[in-house]
Design a protein around this ligand. Structure first.
Ligand SMILES: [Mn+2]
Length: 150
């Protein structure tokens, strides 16, 4: 993603408008075209969030072993203070926030059908993660709608 290669402990797919692409080292990566179902969800999320998205990163957390380590979504393609709308489907998982300077940590339970909106200076000031757990968990699908600036 975004010019870096990761060996990630989950499955990902990237959908969106043809121009929501990014390039590095003469490699141009293009998203998979929108499906009807993703466009229906996108329209509802855009109306709720009063903003427009041109791409969605889908994550499949197959079980408790799948995870997403501490990070901020602060790549330059996302612009200043990105708005990212995160939909959770299936297994609920703990979403953790950690302030980059202060010693503040917040746990949020991401329930089936929930919408988490990340905006403002959240990516500048906070990191987030989905930790692994030893509990036997079912799979969670996560849709994160984004705007990529090119
Ligand atoms: Mn993230």
């Amino acid at each position: 993603m975004f010019g870096k290669i990761y060996n990630i402990p989950r499955l990902q797919a990237w959908y969106g408008e043809n121009d929501a692409k990014y390039s590095y080292s003469n490699i141009n990566l293009s998203p998979i075209p929108w499906t009807k179902e993703l466009l229906e969800i996108k329209a509802k999320i855009e109306a709720t969030c009063n903003t427009e998205f041109n791409s969605v990163l889908l994550n499949l957390y197959r079980n408790g072993t799948d995870s997403n380590g501490w990070h901020s979504d602060d790549e330059k393609e996302l612009g200043e203070n990105p708005i990212i709308a995160s939909i959770s489907l299936g297994q609920e998982r703990i979403f953790q926030l950690k302030h980059k300077v202060e010693n503040t940590k917040i746990d949020i339970l991401l329930e089936n059908g929930s919408l988490l909106l990340m905006s403002g200076t959240m990516q500048k000031n906070w990191k987030h993660q989905i930790p692994k757990t030893k509990k036997p968990l079912n799979s969670r699908i996560n849709l994160t709608f984004r705007r990529i600036y090119t």
